[in-house]
Design a protein around this ligand. Structure first.
Ligand SMILES: [Zn+2]
Length: 146
């Protein structure tokens, strides 16, 4: 499975738990899987428990340091401003995401965290990977809740 397929699997698992279906994966420079996570905002009652935050923290813990140099954060949805800032702080080399998020995204929309002069480490960005699948998961989830 590719990292984005694993992230999509995490997103589906999150939806099954009643969470907003977003999944994230961190791989190292050699492509090895360091961490995978889905949203746990409801389970933890923690609005900051986004998939990216959980995966970044777990990956750093797995490597035994605070930095994720050379690593890629894979996520099914464009990261919000908080997660984009966290990716910068963890020094990931690359952020690869699925669906664009005009409402809450913070990379290509809104805060555009990596484009600010205050951003001291801007990862390379790849958007729109498996976009249709990632967007369909979110669409189905919110349609069911309406
Ligand atoms: Zn986020």
């Amino acid at each position: 499975m590719t990292p984005m397929e694993i992230a999509l699997e995490e997103a589906r698992a999150a939806a099954a738990r009643g969470e907003v279906p977003v999944g994230a994966v961190v791989t190292d420079a050699e492509g090895r899987l360091l961490a995978r996570a889905g949203n746990e905002v409801e389970a933890r009652q923690d609005p900051s428990a986004h998939a990216e935050m959980l995966a970044l923290r777990a990956a750093a813990a797995a490597r035994g340091g605070k930095r994720l140099d050379g690593c890629t954060l894979w996520v099914t949805l464009e990261p919000c401003a908080m997660c984009a800032q966290a990716a910068s702080l963890f020094r990931v080399a690359r952020v690869a995401f699925g669906a664009y998020d005009p409402k809450s995204g913070g990379v290509e929309h809104g805060a555009r965290v990596f484009s600010r002069p205050q951003c001291h480490h801007a990862p390379e960005v790849l958007g729109g990977l498996r976009e249709a699948e990632a967007a369909a998961l979110l669409g189905a989830f919110f349609a069911a809740r309406r």
